[in-house]
Design a protein around this ligand. Structure first.
Ligand code: SF4
Length: 140
């Protein structure tokens, strides 16, 4: 019984992957989701800034690797990124995969199929996205 319990615990531990998250774009979102500190409609005192540079993303990914993370996650505020922002993030992902070798995740708001394909081809392994906004729910 004890051996079985230990075995299960070890199995759980073996399945854990550590992920380091970079807040690559903060605040200033035009949407008004009531729960979200990134909305420009709420006064939360967070530091707001536009999309970080590719160089900063590479530096953060390198740091994540050095502290033992298995994954690096680029997260941005806002409903959807512009095409040039997706392109820059895709370039950063490709360079991070090639030079640093850490697995890549992203949470970049809502996006179209073309953007998904660009990011996937760049080496993105996992994404969290908003497929459809239900405004009535988000504004509660
Ligand atoms: S769209 Fe996203 S970033 Fe903007 S307020 Fe809603 S949850 Fe926050």
């Amino acid at each position: 019984m004890i051996a079985c319990a230990i075995g299960q615990e070890e199995a759980l531990i073996l399945s854990v992957e550590l992920c380091s998250i970079m807040n690559a774009k903060s605040g200033l979102c035009a949407e008004n989701c009531k729960f979200c500190a990134q909305s420009g409609h709420h006064k939360t005192g967070i530091v707001s800034y536009p999309l970080k540079s590719k160089k900063e993303m590479l530096e953060q990914a390198q740091r994540a690797k050095e502290i033992g993370a298995h994954r690096f996650d680029i997260v941005t505020s806002g409903n959807a990124l512009k095409a040039d922002e997706i392109k820059m993030i895709a370039e950063a992902i490709a360079e991070i995969r090639k030079k640093i070798g850490i697995k890549m995740c992203a949470s970049l708001g809502s996006m179209d199929e073309k953007s998904f394909v660009i990011l996937k081809k760049a080496g993105l392994g996992s994404i969290t996205t908003i497929l459809k906004h239900r405004r009535a729910i988000f504004q509660r």
